[in-house]
Design a protein around this ligand. Sequence first.
Ligand code: ATP
Ligand code: MG
Length: 440
Amino acid sequence: MNSKPSGETKGNILVVDDQLDNLRLLSTMLTEQGYKVRKVTNGHLALDTAQVHPPDLILLDIMMPEIDGFEVCSLLKADERTREIPVIFLSALNETRDKVKAFKTGGVDYISKPFRFEEVLVRIENQLSMRQLSLQMKEQNQKLQQQIRDRICAEVALQNLNRELEIRSAARAAELRVAHEQLLESEAKLLRALAQEKELNQFKSRLIAILSHKYRTPLTTISSSAEILKKYRDRFTPEKQLKHLQRIQGSVKYLTSLVNELLFLDQAELENITLNPVPLDLVEFCSERVEELQLTDGDRHVIQFTHQGHCTQGEWDERVLEQILTILVTNAIDYSPNGGVIDFQLSCQDDAVTWQIKDQGIGIPKENQARLFESFYRASNVGIIQGTGLGLAIVKKRVDLYKGKISFHSEVGVGTTFTINLPLAKTNPPPHQPIMNYEL
Ligand code: ATP
Ligand code: MG
């Protein structure tokens, strides 16, 4: 049996009994064993005391006046503040049903009177240690539950953090992807710009070489004819003088057409070009152009001009028609061997005009034909024949402007025929309309 450790109490016990002798006896003995004891003599006092200062255990008599032990126990168990206090019944009632009722109302033990104190003590200790254990378990349970709650909170926080990280990393990845794409795009742009610049530089050098070559021949013609006229004009017949003057004129015309082609290289200049349609006798116009071209070409080729139909209706922009004609006939000359014959046919219908320029030149390989109207495109068989690859692109744009059609038929080694069909005035564009945006 435990004795009271000095300075400590083994527990608070409330003893409830209306028999004062019992009360005193139990109180003395329990106090001696180191318990702190409070004593009350009826149920009401027991309830009040237990509610104000809950004891660790209650020893409860059953048979008491006013309210008996069963009822006191029931009321204790019904109250939140006192529900957990273990109640041991002490009673002279020895019937089994009383004992059963005692346990049913919430008692944890039952001691029959008269009792032996050792038994009372053991049962008290037993209940107190069980209560102690239960309190510890409850506390541990609460701690465990708190830990579980903390862990759940931590997990939720972790999940949120993960989600946030995922969102951030997805956003960052998207940003990086966009930046990468932009980088690739700028790289591609840069490469394109570099390629364009390289191409432009090559084109410039090519153009300078071609132009100087193309300018030299007519300039030589002008210079030699002028020189001859200066020295020998007195000895020349008027016809011969005229022939030299016409050669000079033809070369100047040719140079002018070259300058016109050059203007196509200047975008701003192109955008400002306007059409100037005027009534035109096409037969007269074409004969004059052919004559000039023949003069420029000298005796190297024969240009034959034929026409059919009435060619005096319609309004045309002379400059545009001249450009088309000059480019096509010049091509026929450039790509034909010396001595070749060039046929130029003009055919005028009621609502359209057809030009056909036929040569017996080198022809255009089949595999090059599809891209022939692209700027700078030249066929693979041009050899050392100089050219910029711009002429046909210009002609195509001009024909499109008139809503006309251009086609060609060509065989390598046999010759080439270009056919142009231009509708008459009703479909001609109105005056002062910008001609086109020529893209180089
Ligand atoms: P330029 O612009 O100085 O006239 P180019 O003659 O090369 O140069 P285009 O007149 O546009 O350019 O002609 C494009 C290409 O079409 C020529 O390089 C040539 O290969 C081919 N071509 C055009 N006309 C004829 C033709 N009558 N016979 C053979 N090939 C031709
Ligand atoms: Mg050409």
